[in-house]
Design a protein around this ligand. Structure first.
Ligand code: FPP
Length: 256
């Protein structure tokens, strides 16, 4: 069996192994391991996040190149506010820097920069940058990059439930008509298909409140590689493994 992780392997090799006719439409990534990466190198945690931004650049470019339609990156959760103020500030600064530096290239490459989560609680400069990036890129038709910021799956479901309740009260929706499709419209991901593949590097094997409604039938892929060390070949390996899974969505294969 060909080994993706031998020293000889390069992006060209791994690229040849993925089936370009079966690229996952929506990939979600829990970008984990920045802190541990930095600790190993005796650097402050913020340096791990900074290195993580380099990985974001590469992975966004490659997802766009191979035709992934939606890429959702878990960048800041509703629980991440518990981190030291210094780290939270560093993350917000990195977000602003990323959007400022990358927006022209993202736009040139036809990427739409979108966000999911309660971004109104972020510092004003982040809100302005996110809104500016969306307005500049919203008419593009390439990859839709969803930055999950101040995002939490439980928070999203509660928010959706309250919005839906208001529409029931106003008589816009009848309770007996509520189904999964209708409820999905009240989530941040309204209009975005459920993720096909969720990638979590760094060795952890949990969902951490990421897209918990939408992940019902997503394929999970874990790796011990920490996010700053996650390369295009790892993305290819995740896609290759995904392409070799048997997705049944609770049913059985037609020949069984
Ligand atoms: C998890 O690693 C990572 C985060 C909570 C933040 C991810 C954010 C970025 C990579 C940069 C900012 C975002 C953008 C869009 C520019 P961790 O700190 O939990 O790692 P650890 O588990 O090793 O401590």
């Amino acid at each position: 069996m060909w080994n993706f992780f031998t020293k000889k392997n390069n992006v060209k090799d791994s690229n040849q192994l993925i089936d370009m006719n079966n690229i996952p439409k929506h990939i979600g990534i829990i970008m984990d391991g920045n802190g541990r990466w930095a600790k190993e190198k005796k650097l402050p945690r913020s340096m791990g996040h900074k290195a993580g931004v380099e990985t974001i650049r590469e992975i966004v470019k490659e997802c766009n190149r191979i035709g992934v339609k939606y890429l959702t990156l878990y960048a800041f959760s509703t629980e991440n506010w518990k981190r030291p103020t210094e780290e939270v500030n560093a993350l917000m600064k990195l977000l602003v820097e990323y959007l400022s530096k990358e927006i022209d290239e993202l736009h040139r490459n036809n990427v739409i920069v979108n966000s999911i989560g309660d971004i109104n609680k972020l510092p004003q400069i982040c809100i302005d940058k996110l809104n500016g990036a969306y307005n500049k890129t919203k008419n593009n038709d390439g990859l839709i990059l969803n930055l999950a910021l101040n995002y939490g799956g439980r928070d999203e479901i509660l928010r959706g439930m309250k919005l839906l309740y208001k529409d029931v009260q106003r008589g816009k929706i009848k309770i007996e008509n509520i189904d999964e499709n209708i409820f999905s419209r009240y989530l941040y991901t309204n209009g975005i298909p459920d993720p096909d593949l969720i990638i979590r590097p760094s060795g952890e094997q949990r969902l951490s409140n990421f897209l918990i409604w939408q992940c019902a039938y997503s394929e999970f892929w874990y790796s011990n590689i920490k996010w700053p060390d996650f390369k295009i070949k790892h993305l290819h390996k995740a896609i290759y493994d995904y392409q070799n899974r048997d997705r049944r969505f609770g049913g059985v294969k037609s020949e069984q």
